[in-house]
Write a protein that binds this ligand. Sequence first.
Ligand code: ADP
Length: 307
Amino acid sequence: MANILVVGSINMDLVVRVPHSPVPGETVLGGDFETFPGGKGANQAVAAARMGGNVTMVGRVGKDDFGDSLIQILVEDKIKTTHVIKDSKAPTGIAMIAVADDGENLIVVASGANHQVSVEDINNTRSLMRETDLLLLQLECPLTVVSAAIDLAVAYDIPVVLNPAPAQPLPQSLLSNVDYLTPNEHELALLAGEKDLDQAIQTLLSWGVRNLVVTLGANGARVINGEGINQHLPAHEITAVDTTAAGDAFNGALAVALAEGKPLLDSVRYGMAAGALAATKRGAQPSLPTREAVESLMKIQGGGHSG
Ligand code: ADP
């Protein structure tokens, strides 16, 4: 079984449907209030676990009801939570989301405990490193923590998958230690400071990123590395209902396939099938597919549709 360490955010999403997004000063009466587990870290951990990975989550929640239930939800997906700390001061991270009928979403995030994840938390994972096959990260925890985790992985010779989301510029010194970087087009442009896809790809490769996997939503993915791979893989043909967490499904599945030793392009195909399936269902974690579902889509549609 592939042992995956995920360092990242754990949030509760607080969602209300509204007829339209409120303008400043306006109060809008919405529908029922619902809560959903979220955070890119937790979503990708769940995605990897459903793909059959043996996942350990590293992160922080608050000492509050949201924190307790988020840990419980991770446990239900068989994720190890021994390294999820209940922060003594900061509350559990939340996202307040108003989903308008016209499709416009209004989102406010309070990172809370996610911003208290520390370099010490990373150092406390040393005992796990010998059994870890792959480290998976995003950018919803402090950059110092992301950087420390990558350094530790390098020291233990563990491959690193970094999903650079939400988009933010990153130091070249960090990028040069990333084995697999998985931006979408927007994140790629921001990282490279360059809108043209091919130029941006070249820039990142020149900065030392070893393998670049650019996810392109309904257009699939581009895979490029310094060893001669430069390929566009078309997306699976599905009816998209809600693309929330497609990227998270992609990263979780890619990580498991890579950790199992599958070749890069095959691993990306796993990610793409998982992303496509996640887009066929509403919500974030509820839409993350099982390995069975991913493999059966791959069997039906191969690496992606040909049209
Ligand atoms: P992000 O959510 O990070 O922007 P993407 O939207 O690029 O990520 O989705 C990740 C992957 O999921 C894509 O590379 C693609 O393979 C798959 N995917 C996403 N949306 C669709 C879609 N509408 N149809 C088919 N596949 C999709």
